[in-house]
Design a protein around this ligand. Structure first.
Ligand code: DX5
Ligand code: ZN
Length: 221
């Protein structure tokens, strides 16, 4: 197993009535990160969970890497609340903030890694001034807002381009792909250069989490 390749189940498709158990189950099944989707019914037309849920998971003993994906506006205050609540990495969408540099700084000063989330219609050029400041690029392969959507094939070319850009930097930057990842799509996402694979419905919708995660690993190693 290449530990540089991370499987990040999105808890958006978990059973929220048993969230802690669901997280423990996917981690035991071989997952690496917990992908925590935060939606505000404003930046995206859906509403999910906030920092209190993150803190409850930490208080309950969950010590896995929590990868927070903010699909909200404004960002800065809630990003700080997520850092206090135990997030490890916080990504945000550049369209949702007044100053991308300032928000990255706020996230990093609060002790978290920082990521930039890029929508299907957003150009990679948003990275040009700030790529040296970030730890992760989150490429959306669906329009943000809902789990269970179909993978947008054009994303593959964008993954190759983002990988090329990342390789030109002299610090480590994760390349995470989010949306529509399943047994059919994960191999080409990996081939294009991604190293963090978010998967919601294809993991939590499967009857055997371990079998599903193992099959993912076989396709990406
Ligand atoms: C979409 C979210 C994704 C989503 C992925 O807005 O950011 O993380 O939950 O779900 P699947 O894997 O079902 O496409
Ligand atoms: Zn996400």
């Amino acid at each position: 197993m290449d530990s540089e390749l991370k499987i990040a189940p999105s808890i958006l498709s978990a059973n929220f009535a048993r969230l802690g158990e669901e997280i423990n189950a996917v981690m035991q099944a071989g997952a690496d990160w917990i992908h925590f989707d935060v939606m505000d019914n404003h930046y995206v037309p859906n509403l999910t969970i906030g920092p209190m849920v993150c803190k409850s998971l930490r208080d309950d003993g969950i010590n896995d890497f929590i990868d927070v994906h903010l699909m909200i506006t404004p960002v800065n205050d809630l990003a700080q609340s997520f850092a206090k609540a135990g997030a490890d990495l916080i990504s945000f969408h550049p369209e949702a903030v007044a100053s991308v540099t300032e928000t990255i700084e706020i996230i990093k000063n609060s002790g978290c890694k920082a990521g930039i989330a890029i929508n299907p219609d957003t150009s990679l050029s948003v990275l040009s001034d700030i790529i040296q400041e970030i730890d992760l690029v989150l490429l959306m392969s669906v329009y943000p807002g809902f789990g269970g959507q179909e993978f947008i094939e054009d994303s593959i070319e964008k993954i190759y381009a983002a990988k090329k850009l990342i390789d030109q930097q002299d610090h480590k930057i994760f390349l995470e792909v989010d949306g529509g990842i399943n047994l059919e799509t994960i191999a080409s996402v990996s081939k294009a250069g991604a190293n963090v694979f978010v998967a919601g419905s294809s993991i939590f919708g499967s009857s055997d989490y371990e079998k599903t995660i193992q099959s993912f690993r076989q396709k990406i190693s």
